[in-house]
Design a protein around this ligand. Structure first.
Ligand code: ATP
Length: 144
């Protein structure tokens, strides 16, 4: 495990998933560098995140310029753009980022991310579907 005092995270992709995650981390006292290739999204979160940058996560040089290789933790919150997700994750793996979380939109996508070396693969729709099933079936109710 990394040092607990290192509370810095790189979040790539500020869509619904990435922005929620980034804001939650900031609320818990983490220093978040939010990155997206869409300048409008970056502008929208420039006040609420610690740092924001417009950059292409599939560009090795751009990643190095923002110091991606110096992070202990990074999240690839790109889903729909499969190729971008795979390329960005693979670059972070090459850079030796020790803890990479990557979002997948399907089990097959998740499998590829795992194969290229992402340490944690998250499947938000699948996980949330299972969670809601527990709620629907009442299994998470506390019977008092
Ligand atoms: P959501 O979290 O909203 O469900 P999604 O799963 O549909 O998003 P995408 O739309 O593919 O995922 O990507 C999420 C964000 O990542 C978008 O804001 C997009 O601009 C950004 N993004 C996509 N490709 C790149 C890239 N190469 N570099 C930086 N950001 C990128």
């Amino acid at each position: 495990r990394s040092r607990p005092h290192d509370k810095r995270v790189l979040v790539i992709g500020l869509g619904r998933f990435g922005s929620s995650l980034a804001l939650e981390l900031v609320a818990h006292g983490w220093e978040v560098l939010g990155m997206d290739s869409n300048p409008r999204l970056v502008q929208a979160f420039s006040e609420s995140l610690t740092h924001t940058v417009v950059a292409d996560a599939t560009d090795d040089e751009a990643l190095r310029q923002i110091g991606a290789h110096e992070f202990t933790r990074a999240v690839v919150a790109i889903g729909t753009h499969l190729e971008e997700s795979i390329l960005a994750s693979s670059l972070l793996v090459d850079m030796g980022v020790p803890h990479i979380w990557a979002k997948a939109t399907s089990r097959r996508h998740g499998r590829i991310l795992q194969q290229i070396g992402a340490h944690h693969v998250v499947l938000p729709e699948h996980d949330m579907g299972e969670r809601v099933a527990h709620l629907v079936s009442g299994r998470m109710l506390d019977y008092v």
